[in-house]
Design a protein around this ligand. Structure first.
Ligand code: ADP
Ligand code: MG
Ligand code: ZN
Length: 626
């Protein structure tokens, strides 16, 4: 919407069409002309011709390759009729003609044959070229320069359109992301201000978030705000049938972009090319994708400081599958979370989209927002449209609240799998669960600050989540910190136990991660006094402090195996008790924060810090394993 696209002629296709047309015409003429043209002399059988020669009736013969024409002797010195016959392989003929004293000659190459020559020599290549052109223009080469343009990038260039450009006003509910992107707009507008004091302008910004939350929209808005060209290409367009084309596309895209700098290159669905190179997957690695990825990395490394300001924005909803090389400094070193909107965000998005429809007086956008937790921006835009359709169907002049109510039902039914809408009880459980994580996490050393708690369903698995960001880069962790992490992971389940006295299935992922961590403490990091500093796992862990599950164990004796198990169990249980104790002693606070969370769906920033700072610690000596 609201964006102008530079007209881009699919010239390859036009050429192909013209060529196809021309060759078709030739073929048609070839078929039709022989019928229309005045027919030659009457054809006779060869035997008749020979007979006439032998009986001396023939005066002249002209022998051609495909035809023998001959004239009969006329009466009274007049010329006789002309006949034609089809020659057969007859070496005796010249002799016979000579014997009979008949004038004969070979037929000169027919003059009007240029036509069939043209058809025979020109048409087949034309058809070939036409087909070639057709495939290239379809295969996405752009085709602007014919065959040579096979690698030309298909990036769409969006330029500012006066009345219809997208700006930050068109995006709502993602305030944090907007704040971060305002900086990028500054870089693009006044790069000098930053380079003069020696600051390096970031090259890549990765927008991460679930589908439909407005990542593409935000990228366009950045371009609109900065008033710079916007090259947009989708990751899946990169990966092509022809080997090498993907990487030449990348090169071409960046060449074009550098000419237009300052500008934005937007790569949508980055995961299509950025998949981790180590994860071979079903196809055992994909050469083409790898080349494309390497080219992208080279290009991003290529534009040095002081060079043209080209900022690469990319979007993905699966950051965990991206190749780590993409996330290194100097590449996509900035990541901006574009999350599902909270209550007030949803209201703001509804406001934006309902500007396009006529709203009745009874419409209460806040009430609609309250009923649509888990809806992303795209879902809300769709909702407004559905409501307008319903109003039109019901012959109303304006959209009424009841249209919205019905539209929500429709959209929710359609969304069922995509974004769950939780029942009130479920929502309550999720709220206490997340606050449990947050409160335990707030007390534990080394696990960073709790930045955000949300009960807006997100992604495939999480119903709610607690975002804990490290305050510094951590490469090493000590035993106490690891125990703290495990306790934090168990905090969610512990809160459910404290408040509801029962446990739901929601904690299974937490338990998995807690157990993995405990197992690694025992088998990889040598943190168990009982088992000592031995590595019981095979090989190196690929991700050092990552979430990967432990490697297969070495061959160990049954005794050792069972003591590993009991050590792991001991660690997890202690951490569980610790978490339970914290939550029991801070039960009032747990209730308070959870009630608040149920109301606003999200708590973050200062408000969250000040609430969590009130959590009272318990004597942790009791919970570390001796
Ligand atoms: P994504 O790229 O994250 O999958 P899009 O940017 O393509 O999502 O969003 C699709 C459409 O949904 C947008 O064109 C816009 O109409 C609407 N939309 C999504 N998020 C928002 C938002 N935060 N504010 C306003 N409209 C939004
Ligand atoms: Mg998108
Ligand atoms: Zn949890």
């Amino acid at each position: 919407m609201a964006i102008k696209q530079q007209p881009k002629q699919p010239r390859g296709r036009i050429i192909a069409k013209v060529l196809l047309g021309v060759s078709g015409l030739f073929l048609l003429l070839n078929l039709v002309l022989p019928i229309l043209l005045p027919s030659g002399p009457a054809g006779v059988p060869y035997s008749l011709f020979i007979h006439q020669v032998k009986s001396g009736d023939v005066s002249r013969v002209s022998v051609g390759q495909n035809q023998i024409r001959y004239q009969l002797k006329g009466e009274n010195g007049e010329q006789g009729a002309v006949f034609a016959t089809t020659p057969i392989f007859d070496l005796e003929l010249p002799k016979l003609l000579e014997e009979k004293g008949i004038e004969f000659a070979a037929t000169p190459p027919p003059k009007n044959n240029w036509f069939s020559t043209v058809i025979n020599w020109v048409v087949p290549p034309l058809i070939f070229v036409a087909i070639w052109q057709f495939f290239i223009s379809r295969g996405g080469g752009g085709g602007a320069q014919g065959v040579l343009s096979i690698g030309k990038s298909k990036a769409k260039v969006y330029v500012e359109g006066e009345s219809e450009k997208i700006t930050f006003v068109d995006v709502a509910g993602v305030e944090e992301a907007k704040t971060e992107l305002v900086e990028i707009v500054d870089f693009l507008k006044t790069p000098g201000r930053f380079t003069e004091i020696g600051a390096r302008i970031p090259k890549g910004v990765l927008l991460v978030g679930p589908p439909g939350t407005g990542k593409t929209l935000l990228a366009k808005a950045v371009a609109g705000e900065a008033g710079v060209p916007f090259f947009s290409i989708s990751g899946s367009e990169f990966v092509e049938m022809f080997v090498g084309v993907g990487s030449s596309r990348v090169r071409d895209l960046f060449d074009q972009a550098k000419k237009q700098a300052p500008c934005i290159v937007f790569i949508d669905e980055l995961d299509a090319i950025g998949k981790s190179r180590s994860s071979g997957g079903f196809y055992g690695g994909n050469d083409e994708r790898e080349q494309t990825l390497n080219q992208l990395l080279t290009e991003m490394d290529g534009f040095a400081a002081g060079d043209a300001t080209v900022i690469v924005l990319a979007a993905t909803n699966r950051p965990e599958t991206l190749d780590p090389a993409l996330l290194r400094p100097g590449r996509f070193d900035r990541q901006v979370l574009v999350d599902r909107p909270d209550l007030s965000g949803r209201e703001a998005i509804l406001k934006i989209h309902s500007l396009k429809v006529k709203l009745g007086d009874d419409v209460n956008l806040k009430a609609i927002a309250t009923r649509t937790p888990g809806f992303a921006g795209a879902d809300l835009a769709n909702l407004v449209n559905e409501a307008a359709l319903l109003a039109a169907r019901n012959q109303r002049q304006t959209v009424a609240q009841e249209d919205f109510a019905e539209a929500i039902e429709r959209v929710v039914a359609g969304l069922e799998k995509k974004s769950r809408v939780l029942s009130d009880t479920e929502k309550k459980i999720v709220a206490y669960h997340e606050v449990g994580h947050a409160m335990v996490g707030a007390l534990m050393p080394g696990s960073g600050r709790v930045e955000k708690i949300s009960i807006i369903p997100r992604g495939m698995a999480a119903l709610g989540y607690t975002l804990q960001l490290p305050t510094e880069d951590r490469f090493l962790m000590n035993e106490e910190e690891l125990r703290g992490q495990i306790a934090t992971l168990l905090g969610g389940r512990s809160a459910e136990e404290v408040i509801f006295g029962s446990i739901t299935t929601g904690a299974s992922n937490d338990l998995q991660r807690a157990t993995d961590l405990a197992e690694r403490m025992v088998t990889s990091y040598g943190m168990s006094k009982v088992l000592g500093p031995l590595a019981y796992q095979q090989g190196q862990q690929a991700m050092f402090l990552g979430n990967g599950s432990p490697n297969p164990r070495r061959m160990v004796s049954e005794d050792t195996a069972s003591s590993i198990d009991s050590e792991v169990k001991e660690i997890v249980e202690k951490a569980h008790e610790h978490a339970l104790e914290i939550l029991k002693q801070n039960r009032d606070l747990l209730e308070e924060i959870s009630t608040q969370l149920l109301e606003t769906e999200v708590i973050e920033g200062e408000k969250l810090y000040s609430m969590l700072s009130r959590v009272q610690p318990v004597d942790k000596a009791a919970y570390s394993v001796a």
